[in-house]
Design a protein around this ligand. Structure first.
Ligand SMILES: Cc1cccc(C(=O)O)c1OC(=O)C1CC1
Ligand SMILES: [Zn+2]
Length: 302
């Protein structure tokens, strides 16, 4: 049969009934959304580690099996992430040329991670204690896809200060995309037995062991120079900026800095300058400009 567009439905990781675009292909419905850019395609590694694995399919376009929940959430959430970048910034996928958005779920066993591997997004199932399937969180899927946007724009190297900025941009846009203004990261899929906690907090990074000031920058060889630790410093600056200038202006400032002024070896001080320049371009050197300067003053970055 010719591939055609259909509307599928299913149950996500958090138990919600979700609808999304599928394609009827050779008598089965697959998680392929041909309506967005070069397509959104969702695969399963079937708890192996070869990528991308198999396209997730269902005979009756109703993806309600428990084993399909991680794929349902990934497919639905990535549609939303695509729409965020297209609707807010007219960006057509991570490369702005309609690159196909590929995700693989059920990667590995009890895998408490998610990552962008340079070609696609990959989501573990979690071990059920630290994480439940990570694709269940919109801020996590936004975080992962933003790694791809960063790679195709600023190209921030994934180590030391540029790496912490890379991580921060993913947390910042993950939060913009999730849109619930909780400034938390991963809360929907983190520690199911501990309500109210999160993997990271942008409003109070110290709550989960991250520094929130340059004076507490962690010099380490671990984790590519502490990229998931030191991201607390630019994350705190982002929180202060968003609270001062407001959600909408902050999004525009951050997107312009990421796509126009940041570069592979940008340090925290370069991020301050890039965000100030973006603010000046967009809103001049008034209240918003002073708010950005103050935010970075407060985290000890000049
Ligand atoms: C859970 C996890 C482990 C290692 C790397 C990442 C990574 O993608 O950097 C990761 O995912 C996140 O940080 C998402 C936002 C919760
Ligand atoms: Zn990341």
């Amino acid at each position: 049969n010719a591939a055609s567009d259909a509307t599928g439905s299913g149950t996500g990781v958090l138990g919600k009934k979700l609808t999304f675009n599928t394609t009827l292909n050779n008598g089965a419905y697959v998680l392929v959304d041909q309506s967005r850019g070069g397509g959104v395609e969702t695969y399963s590694a079937n708890n192996g580690s070869s990528l991308p694995g198999d396209l997730v399919s269902d005979a009756d376009n109703s993806f309600t099996d428990k084993g399909q929940a991680a794929a349902v959430s990934a497919h639905y959430n990535i549609e939303k992430v695509y729409d965020y970048y297209k609707n807010n910034f007219n960006r057509n996928s991570y490369d702005n040329k309609g690159a196909t958005l590929k995700s693989t779920v059920h990667y590995g066993n009890d895998y408490n991670n998610a990552f962008w591997n340079g070609q696609q997004m990959v989501y573990g199932d979690g071990d059920g204690r630290t994480f439940i399937p990570l694709s269940g969180s919109l801020d996590v899927t936004g975080h992962e896809l933003t790694h791809a946007v960063t790679e195709y724009t600023a190209g921030l190297q994934y180590r030391s200060q540029p790496g912490a900025l890379n991580e921060s941009m993913s947390d910042v846009f993950g939060n913009f995309i999730e849109g619930n203004h909780d400034y938390l990261v991963g809360e929907d899929v983190y520690t199911p037995n501990t309500p109210g906690d999160a993997l990271r907090s942008m409003s109070d990074p110290t709550k989960y062991g991250q520094p929130d000031n340059m004076s507490d920058y962690v010099h380490t060889g671990q984790d590519n120079g502490g990229v998931h630790t030191n991201s607390g410093i630019p994350n705190k600056a982002a929180y202060l900026t968003i609270e001062s200038v407001g959600w909408d202006k902050a999004q525009k400032i951050y997107y312009r800095a990421l796509t126009t002024y940041l570069s592979p070896r940008s340090q925290f001080s370069d991020a301050r300058a890039a965000l100030l320049q973006a603010t000046s371009d967009l809103y001049g050197q008034g209240a918003e400009y002073n708010a950005v300067a103050s935010a970075w003053d407060q985290v000890g970055v000049k």
